[in-house]
Design a protein around this ligand. Structure first.
Ligand code: NA7
Length: 545
């Protein structure tokens, strides 16, 4: 162990003073990062804004919330005992079940003692002379650390559009990202939900069962495939557990996990075959619909076949043709915004107590004391729910005032987009790492496995530094420029950048339109990261100061 590292395991939280590493966030990423850093013998302080572990799975509690990745996959793979012991009860886990899993991990590996909760990191400034990050929090902590690691999540900075008159509303307002712990009773209420992304799609059917009347304010229709959620059968679970090591190995290389990689092209099969195949995927349910054909995200014609199939499904389910028409999207390829996975979503629009309001045709003008005013009229409401999403991928990073060499602010460096290398490192910001940052597969993968890959890579890099006696690492500018170009090239070879999605920052006024996730696949991405390590981190500069 190098002299630059502590030789003893830290056994308690330092609220001030110095540690080896500060980690921001105690969700899936922060917890595993903490675990790995402790294995290196480092003194670690984790700061978490919420009152407990879980990250986005702690803050989001709206009814209907489930993961849209299969539960047997959306879990840590780094402990064989853990993955053998834990039993998921349903195909797509509910938020309470995921949260209890994360809490179990925190307890099982004794992680909580290094986490300070209810504490938001406000700034991190690199002190060049000392080679240390000076980290401050909203609770008055001032702590220095050799390494500063943002494990703050891709979807954790909530977005509330600036609706005029919001403060005049006399009813109740909720944002799905900050749902009251005690729950919300919509019985007897006229409820408006703004937003039909994954969140709105999950909440709408549940809210419709309670509300006296539900108004859905839709700007862009989502493509929604049925979840077909069900309890997990014991023999299925035991088959998975017997094969877990092999299943994880496949998932790490291709990113589709349980879903076989499609080999056929949608444009090369007969119309009858295509229809049958789409129909089969529809009946299986879940996000694997996007993996029906290999070219659905790269070939316009292939994508249009999928769109046409989904439109036929919508029209077959929704009984009022004019409502079905409004639910069909015509202005972006399916999958270019994240495909939504729902339960009874389209069926909900057949209920007498549900109305769809097309706010693209008749935009919301303002919130008024009694409800929402659109161009074509007022909607009287007792409650408004904002399911308006996140400042994705960069929001949580830039919520912290991070300053690197020469006091340069990360927000300024990223004024034209999140320039970094492998989604993990930023030039001029030594000893600063991001877990699943922009430029990595993150939201385009089973994010838990992507988190593991990034955490492993960072801890391997730190171990390498320990062995070499180095204490400072910074990526070279050229590597960043090359990586950003590669990320864009790969994205532009697909249809994905064509939608006004949060992938390109289009949901945030003023945010530069830059494609953020890496869509080249987790296998190729892993190979690039491994090659970087095997080259002795050729794209990085190390020093002992
Ligand atoms: P999303 O996917 O960003 O969806 C937000 C929704 O809110 C979307 O339908 C937006 O319409 C709508 N929205 C946002 N601002 C407005 C205004 N001003 N007026 C009307 N409608 C608006 O967020 P989610 O929380 O649903 O899902 C995010 C991810 O979390 C999801 O992909 C999963 O990975 C988990 P728009 O499409 O912008 O026209």
């Amino acid at each position: 162990m190098s002299e630059h590292f502590s030789s003893t395991l830290h056994t308690g939280s330092d609220h001030s003073g110095q540690v080896d590493a500060v980690v921001v966030g105690a969700g899936f990423a922060g917890l595993y990062m903490l675990y790995k850093l402790r294995l290196l013998g480092l003194r670690v302080q984790v700061f978490e804004a919420n009152a407990d572990v879980g990250g986005t799975w702690y803050a989001n509690r709206y009814p209907g919330l489930r993961c849209d990745a299969e539960s047997v996959e959306y879990s840590y793979s780094w402990s064989e005992d853990l993955q053998q012991d834990w039993c998921w009860s349903e195909r797509f886990a509910t938020q309470p079940e995921i949260l209890s899993y994360i809490r179990h991990v925190a307890e099982r590996f004794d992680l909580r003692r290094h986490i300070q909760f209810d504490t938001r990191v406000s700034s991190a400034v690199f002190d060049e002379a000392r080679g240390l990050w000076q980290v401050r929090t909203d609770q008055g902590n001032a702590i220095s650390a050799r390494y500063f690691i943002m494990a703050s999540g891709c979807l954790s900075s909530a977005r509330l559009p600036s609706f005029e008159g919001l403060e005049t509303f006399e009813g109740d307002c909720y944002h799905t990202v900050d749902w009251p712990k005690a729950g919300v009773d919509f019985r007897g209420k006229r409820v408006g939900i703004i937003g039909t992304g994954s969140t709105g799609v999950q909440l709408i059917p549940v809210a419709a069962q309670q509300a006296e009347h539900l108004y859905v304010f839709q700007r862009t229709p989502a493509y929604v495939v049925p979840a077909r959620n069900a309890p997990l059968e014991a023999d299925y679970v035991s088959r998975i557990k017997n094969d877990y090591v092999a299943i994880r190995a496949v998932a790490r290389q291709q990113g589709l996990g349980l879903y076989p990689r499609p080999t056929e092209s949608a444009v090369e099969v007969s119309p009858e075959t295509r229809e049958q195949t789409f129909e089969r995927q529809w009946s299986v349910g879940g996000p694997q619909f996007m993996f029906t054909y290999k070219d659905m995200l790269t070939n316009k014609e292939a994508n249009q076949y999928a769109v046409d199939f989904l439109h036929r499904k919508i029209r077959s389910i929704v009984t009022r043709p004019e409502v079905a028409d409004e639910l069909c999207s015509h202005d972006y390829p399916v999958g270019a915004k994240r495909i939504c996975v729902g339960t009874d979503y389209y069926e909900t629009y057949n209920r007498d107590n549900v109305s769809l309001v097309n706010v693209r045709k008749s935009p919301i003008e303002r919130i008024v004391p009694k409800g929402i005013r659109t161009r074509d009229g007022d909607y009287a409401l007792d409650a408004i729910v904002f399911a308006t999403g996140y400042d994705a991928m960069t929001g949580a990073l830039l919520d912290v005032d991070i300053r690197g060499l020469g006091g340069r602010r990360l927000a300024d460096k990223w004024a034209a987009g999140p320039q970094n290398y492998l989604g993990v490192s930023v030039s001029e910001f030594p000893n600063f790492f991001m877990i699943t940052g922009p430029g990595s597969p993150s939201v385009f993968s089973n994010v838990v496995l992507s988190i593991e890959q990034h955490v492993d890579w960072v801890s391997d890099c730190l171990q390498y530094m320990q062995e070499k006696g180095w204490s400072r690492v910074a990526v070279k500018e050229q590597a960043v420029l090359d990586w950003v170009e590669h990320v864009n090239q790969v994205a532009n070879s697909t249809l994905i950048p064509q939608a006004n999605s949060w992938y390109v920052g289009a949901n945030i006024p003023g945010k530069p339109r830059v494609f953020m996730p890496y869509v080249g696949g987790v296998g190729p991405f892993r190979k690039k990261c491994d090659a970087e390590a095997e080259s002795g981190y050729a794209s990085f500069e190390f020093s002992a100061v």
